[in-house]
Design a protein around this ligand. Sequence first.
Ligand code: SF4
Length: 290
Amino acid sequence: FFLSFIFFENKIVPFILYTSGILVNTILTKKIFMEYKTALYGSLIISIISLCSYLSALLSVLILGINLFFNYLVRLKDLFICFLKVLFKYGKPIQLIQYVTARCNLRCEHCFYKETLDKPDPGELSPEILINVAKKSGPLLWYSLAGGEPFIRKDFSDIVLGVKKEAKPAVISLPSNGWYTEKTYLSCLKIMQNYYNGLFVVFISIDGPEEIHDRIRGKNSFQKLRETFKILKKLSKLYEKLHVNIVITVQDYNCKLFPGTIFDLYKEFSPTSMSINLFRYQELNGPKIK
Ligand code: SF4
């Protein structure tokens, strides 16, 4: 009925087809209903139900299309505001980095946050404060969380989803030492189940082959991150907005291993991308890396 309505200019054709369909159906179902009258009523009811289903399907597609169109417009508007921020520099950022915790299970030698890690106050602001600050700075292009180990926080996924909703960054990223496989997986799963546009990027810190990495970050830390990386990679196959990347901090212990290490890590983990950080001292006149 619908197809003939589209393809035939003469609008009587669909109705002829519709009526013929009902008649054919009546003849075919006569055996089941025993008499023509009941078969005719049955065919009429079925055809009306079918018509209603087609109409509601069409309506759903239409509503979905309108919804997508408006979402697209909102995203364009946010990008345009970010563009104006860059152009006129009126004091609002396009990128925001928030330190969400000073807690961490590792004690890497090179950690620039080292003194803070062992302080009794983990320096954690409530999700409401973090989200509110991001909201006031929004819309953002890029929002980063840092620590400490961000996945230590139980409310980590609430912070990410709150910031996503209020500040609408195109990219949310964070570094992780990859120690907490289950916590990391569950947090990412919850985030991805509610993440509809933009990218969520987890950078797993890897500082070289297993032996060197463990020397820098602590015993067993490579094996732990390997498990976390693999399970997140599987999750990223289900949720393409999740990117699992590697970040390497170049320092005295590993600076001689490049570029070979990059190829080896790429071969083992197949990250979406790899970033390289150069180790820096907290004071400008710190000793140079050998
Ligand atoms: S994992 Fe990161 S935050 Fe934790 S000690 Fe190492 S460098 Fe510092």
